[in-house]
Write a protein that binds this ligand. Structure first.
Ligand code: ZN
Ligand code: ZN
Length: 591
């Protein structure tokens, strides 16, 4: 399975993502082998910590050796030794050993809901089932029920689990794919043979989840580009290699496809491979009306077969009488009509953001101190940042008791005095209980600059109750923003059942703000809902919900999602200058 790497090791230092993935895989295989939960979780904890580090593990090791590695949360001596081996050899002998005794495809199977590692091991030992497809076949053929303790019901659950797994796992989070695409683009663009290179496909449209990573390059020396691609540091395996198209699998298990075209075709190819399919079908219809034909090679005159455009996307759209359409809008949801009528929206940009209104600190379940948040926010060029730790009703995460919140408000004032370049807003993320009430009494809430309210429990309640809880929070005069309004977690939990139309109308009526939570597996409200809410007149807080300093950068994922929801800079409140934001939130008002 793993391909031996022939290039010198020091040029192929493993990234944090690759190290994290290796540790994760070791943990999963140990789990299937029946290792103690404690040890399995230790690997998972270390993997998560490494994935979230702001610095490269390789650099940490270079500077401080084995000892420094052990300062990473969750990394003890034995894990640190494994990391050193990975850095020095690019491999983990523990993983290789485990892979010899158990096929790695069992790791993917262990993520199927409802089938634990023990069952997977037995299905493997007793039926030889090693892949998802084999498991599906065995369950359909009624072979699983022959095993002791398993039944037709088990088979039914397995098939249901496989279906749910496929729905969630055949697409990867934009957040997991985008950095890989960015690195590949950067590395390819350093080749003299490459003239232009861009991501294409759903990744360029910044969809919240994507299939494979598509990269497009223009070159007159395609063969050289292919060679460079096949030998990139992240490549574990070349899946297919042709003269103008290749596919590789990265160390983290993602598939990346590269296509190389000639410079005169680049715009047409980029347009074509960016999609979406629906957008492109609509464009083809427009072309037909103009006696033109449009494909990945260019725009052609149907009668003469002469190529009239293709080098840039702009000239492709211009041939159809359209201005260039931003990729985030290319879903055939009215953007072509809007472009034709000269009313494409002015989209919000990352540079428009002046602050972050949902940040956790070490007062609750976050890691940074308030002054560290202040410094990071200054570095990002922000004018303001809101500290919004959890209230005490959310028992599990060490939420703040009223007296603690009072002390935190004082500390916020003190930090504000020390950092005149930024305004720290004193806030809270209160939980909405089953009756729609929130943490803290009115007096304390009134002392806060900003109150974020969220549903954190009771996701399985019926539509009526969930809607009523949310409406009660919106109608609460102390609540400013309702956060992650549908509660979904991409790949893990669907949106709860709630009457969003009612929520949007009520928010608009009470001039309350809804959150676009920029956390990469939330992105909640999602693109279509943003657009719908906007049509009701709702405004949004695009906030990161950071629990660590490096997560303040999640703002990027919020902004691209906002663009997909057709939001402009005026639709968000955290693009406002501080004085306007204060007016909107009623800060400084008496009573
Ligand atoms: Zn929350
Ligand atoms: Zn939060």
């Amino acid at each position: 399975m793993p391909e031996p790497d022939k290039a010198p090791r020091d040029e192929k230092r493993l990234t944090n993502e690759e190290i994290a993935y290796t540790l994760h895989e070791i943990g999963e295989l140990l789990d299937i082998q029946g290792e103690s939960v404690f040890r399995v979780q230790a690997y998972d904890r270390a993997a998560t910590a490494i994935r979230n580090l702001a610095r490269d593990v390789a650099d940490i090791y270079d500077e401080g050796g084995l000892k420094a590695l052990q300062t990473i949360p969750g990394v003890g001596k034995s894990t640190a030794l494994k990391i050193v081996e990975m850095l020095q050899t690019g491999k983990s002998s523990r993983l290789e050993e485990l892979r010899k005794s158990l096929p790695p495809s069992l790791v993917a199977m262990s993520e199927i809901p409802g089938i634990g590692p023990k069952k997977i091991k037995r299905l493997y030992d007793e039926l030889g089932v090693a892949t998802l497809e084999q498991l599906e076949g065995a369950a359909k053929a009624g072979r699983v029920r022959e095993l002791r303790g398993m039944s037709a019901k088990t088979e039914e659950n397995i098939l249901k689990g496989i279906e749910a797994f496929r729905q969630h796992h055949e697409r990867i989070l934009l957040y997991d794919a985008y950095p890989v695409a960015e690195r590949v683009v950067t590395e390819l663009s350093s080749s003299a043979a490459v003239e232009r290179v861009d991501p294409a496909g759903s990744l360029r449209r910044f969809k919240e989840t994507i299939g494979d990573i598509d990269i497009l390059a223009s070159s007159r020396k395609a063969e050289e580009v292919m060679e460079k691609f096949a030998t990139l540091p992240e490549v574990r395996e070349v899946v297919a290699r042709g003269p103008t198209k290749s596919s590789v699998r990265t160390r983290a298990g993602l598939q990346v496809d590269l296509r190389v075209v000639t410079p005169d075709q680049y715009g047409a190819a980029l347009q074509y491979f960016t999609g979406s399919k629906a957008h492109n079908i609509h464009l083809r219809e427009l072309a037909k009306k103009r006696n033109l034909k449009i494909n990945e090679y260019g725009v052609f005159d149907v009668e003469t077969d002469k190529r009239v455009a293709g080098a840039t996307e702009e000239e492709v759209y211009a041939q159809l009488g359209l201005p260039w359409i931003p990729p985030t809008l290319r879903e055939d949801k009215g953007e072509i009509e809007a472009a034709a009528e000269g009313r494409l929206p002015k989209l919000i940009q990352l540079e428009d953001v002046r602050g972050d209104l949902h940040v956790h600190t070490n007062w609750s379940d976050g890691s940074p101190k308030i002054d560290e948040v202040a410094e990071a926010a200054i570095e990002l060029g922000y004018e303001y940042v809101a500290i919004t730790d959890h209230g005490y009703k959310l028992g599990i995460t060490g939420g703040l008791e009223p007296s603690e919140l009072e002390r935190q408000i004082k500390e916020t004032e003190e930090v504000n005095r020390r950092y005149p370049r930024i305004t720290i807003l004193a806030g809270s993320e209160v939980s909405i209980d089953n009756e729609g009430k929130v943490d803290f009494d009115d007096d304390l809430l009134a002392r806060l600059d900003i109150v974020n309210a969220s549903i954190h429990a009771g996701f399985n309640q019926d539509r009526k109750q969930l809607t009523e809880r949310t409406l009660a929070a919106i109608e609460n005069p102390h609540v400013d923003i309702v956060c992650h309004p549908t509660g979904r977690l991409l790949g893990r939990r669907d949106a709860y059942d709630i009457d969003l139309d009612e929520v949007f109308k009520t928010a608009a009526k009470h001039k309350k703000v809804l959150e676009l939570n920029a956390w990469p597996n939330r992105l909640d409200l999602k693109d279509d809902y943003l657009r719908e809410a906007k049509s009701h007149g709702v405004r949004f807080a695009i906030s990161t919900d950071s629990h660590r300093l490096e997560e303040l950068h999640f703002m990027f994922y919020g902004i691209v999602t906002a663009q997909r929801g057709w939001l402009g800079p005026d639709d968000a409140i955290n693009t406002l200058p501080l004085d306007e934001l204060k007016r909107l939130l009623g800060i400084g008002d008496v009573g």
